[in-house]
Design a protein around this ligand. Structure first.
Ligand code: GMT
Length: 382
């Protein structure tokens, strides 16, 4: 198949999923065209079977707000026509589904049929989509899509309930390449850990875009309590609006020598297996890709029981779940696990097994391929 993919190409879970999907589809023999405003950060631009098309947005003085969604629709229709795309797959409903709708209409005039699939990721529904100024157009984009997928059952149900859409929404969960996200052998792990911690110290890690929904402040508070009881370090990967407050708090709590902010990282498969625990105390996660990626590396997550997270984490088996804001509970559970090697090892193995048995790319990519085939066959998936 020839598939066009549009996503937010910078840092964020939906862009990561879209990029990894494109990489996996290309290695399965499909031709993949990314149509985005900048090159997705996990791509080098030289992958076999992957093409990148930038969306230029001209900034005419009259445009106080340059119409990106129209420029995107134009580029989508051009790329689809030039490269004879079979299908567009857009990630994040706003504005991508609307641009895809326009591209489809533009091409229909030229008798090129271009169905599009929209994947809902989370905040496009739970935050942005429910904003009054966007709700009707998000609903329109969902209803007009030829196929719609959601990354968890929670998100599908939330979409049906909040948007009152009656169409079918296919649940295809987030995935991870279990060969890339994998535990390291002891020698490599110890070598990697020595960059960040002394022998005998534990490593806790947080990975996010530091938006308020991620509760980065809770991460620092949890770590402060853990570090009182056991020798430990905290690695924070990513960047965003709450980073400076988190840095300030780490200093206020005299933790600056124990906490390291690594900023944005293009790939994290080399960092995650160095950690002992992932901290994900989010206010909301429709899935929690960061937890899945760490679990695949045999690193269990201490997380919150919100959104789609309980579909991934079975409390006490492959990770731990707490109420939002339960800093004490999350700190106690971290100390408990890190002090009991038998309990820790069982949970770490269960985490890796969950990723392997349920979320490996090799299991999930065929679900996307089958779904595309259904959309192409039927005209629409509903
Ligand atoms: O929250 C983020 O990290 C960004 C956001 C996005 O859309 O880019 O992530 C959402 O999509 C991810 C990939 O499908 C999910 O794993 C995250 O749980 C989801 N975030 C939220 O629901 C807050």
């Amino acid at each position: 198949m020839k598939i066009g993919i549009t996503c937010y190409p910078t840092y964020g879970g939906s862009g990561v999923v879209a990029t990894e999907l494109g990489i996996e589809l290309a290695s399965a023999g499909h031709e993949v065209h990314f149509i985005t405003y900048s090159q997705p950060f996990r791509l080098t631009g030289r992958e076999q079977g992957i093409f990148y098309h930038e969306v230029p947005v001209s900034n005419y003085p009259l445009f106080e707000y340059p119409p990106y969604d129209l420029a995107l629709a134009t580029r989508m229709s051009e790329v689809a026509a030039y490269y004879k795309l079979d299908l567009l797959h857009v990630h994040y409903a706003i504005p991508h589904s609307i641009s895809a709708y326009l591209a489809r209409q533009m091409l229909a005039e030229r008798t090129h049929r271009l169905p599009f699939v929209t994947t809902l990721h989370g905040t496009d529904i739970t935050l942005v989509g429910l904003d009054h100024s966007y709700l009707p157009i998000t609903r329109f984009g969902i209803n007009e899509s030829d196929g719609v997928t959601a990354i968890s059952t929670y998100l599908r149900d939330k979409t049906v309930q909040e948007f009152r859409v009656r169409r079918h929404i296919e649940v295809i969960p987030n995935f991870v390449n279990c060969d890339v996200y994998t535990p390291l052998n002891e020698e490599d792990r110890n070598k990697g850990r020595s960059q960040f911690a002394e022998p005998g110290e534990k490593i806790l890690l947080h990975l996010s875009n530091f938006r308020p929904v991620k509760r980065a402040i809770d991460v620092i508070e949890i770590f402060a309590r853990v570090a009182r009881d056991i020798p430990a370090r905290l690695l924070l990967v990513g960047d965003g609006p709450d980073r400076s407050q988190a840095e300030w708090l780490a200093r206020k709590l005299h933790l600056q020598d124990r906490v390291r902010f690594l900023g944005k990282q293009a790939g994290v498969s080399d960092l995650l297996p160095l950690a002992d625990l992932m901290l994900m105390p989010s206010e909301l996660e429709s899935f929690g890709l960061a937890a899945l990626e760490s679990m695949a590396c045999r690193v269990p997550a201490i997380a919150t029981a919100v959104g789609g997270v309980p579909e991934l984490i079975d409390d006490g088996v492959n990770g731990r779940l707490f109420a939002v804001g339960d800093i004490e509970g999350m700190a106690l559970a971290s100390v408990d696990l890190l002090s009991d090697s038998a309990k820790y090892s069982a949970m770490a193995s269960a985490a890796r097994q969950t990723a392997q048995k349920r979320y490996c790319a090799s299991r999930i990519i065929p679900q996307y391929e089958a779904y595309y085939a259904r959309v192409l066959e039927r005209g629409t998936s509903s």
